[in-house]
Design a protein around this ligand. Structure first.
Ligand code: URA
Length: 228
């Protein structure tokens, strides 16, 4: 983990305070001052601030049910941030593994473990995300095959990865994708001449949303291990 991140996880300092102390040479790694914030520190390194040995707090992993009209960034924008829903210490140290649009509802995973969230968002790991999609027009049956083959999104190189469609009713489907391009689901349906009118994420990998809008909980050990 980066030295500046280590300070955030082991003290009550803010990002800018941590950086200032590192640049001022106040942080020692294995007895030597280190002034590079990006320096990697490992579990067996001794990190000290003003002579005090620092110990990182364990990483946190949680799910929340994002209501509509909230944003996934960690500052309020036109709508309030979902982080306001978390009644925990230092919620803004967390980041979201796969953001949802302001009008999308459903499963959001938050953590301060960058390696864990990378496994969810990198297309190479092909983590399955399941969306329940409300459509403006009845689904044309050939769309199932087109999504399985991949569609061309405007401004992207190459086709989308194979996606699965399960039809619930003519205007309601379950879509499973293994990547997360910007506005991907809305753009996929736009590419076949339809329009998304409701979007809800109900599953990421093996983790299923199991709570009411606005609620959150810590993930279980099995849920965390599913992405290690
Ligand atoms: N695809 C979208 O278009 N929007 C989302 O919020 C998530 C996936």
């Amino acid at each position: 983990m980066r030295l500046d991140k280590f300070l955030l996880k082991s003290t009550e300092l803010t990002r800018s305070q941590s950086l200032e102390l590192i640049l001022a040479g106040k942080v020692n790694v294995n007895g030597e001052p280190v002034t590079v914030a990006a320096c990697q520190v490992h579990e067996n390194n001794q990190v000290e601030l003003a002579g005090q040995l620092l110990v990182a707090r364990p990483s946190r992993y949680l799910m929340l049910h994002k209501p509509a009209n909230t944003v996934c960034s960690n500052v309020d924008e036109t709508y309030p941030s979902v982080f306001n829903l978390l009644d925990i210490d230092r919620p803004f140290d967390l980041h979201i593994a796969g953001r949802l649009d302001a009008d999308t509802t459903g499963l959001v995973l938050a953590t301060d473990d960058g390696r864990w969230s990378f496994n969810i968002i990198t297309p190479h790991k092909a983590c399955r995300k399941v969306y329940r999609v409300g459509l403006r027009d009845p689904l044309a049956t050939e769309v199932v095959a087109r999504f399985a083959e991949g569609v061309q999104l405007q401004g992207e190189n190459g086709l989308t990865r194979p996606a699965e469609l399960e039809i619930i009713s003519p205007q309601e489907v379950l879509l499973t994708i293994t990547e997360g391009k910007y506005h991907q689901v809305k753009r996929m349906f736009a590419a076949v001449g339809n329009r998304v009118v409701r979007l809800h994420r109900q599953q990421v990998g093996s983790i299923k949303l199991d709570m009411e809008p606005g609620q959150w909980r810590y993930l279980t050990v099995d849920e965390i291990n599913a992405f290690q």
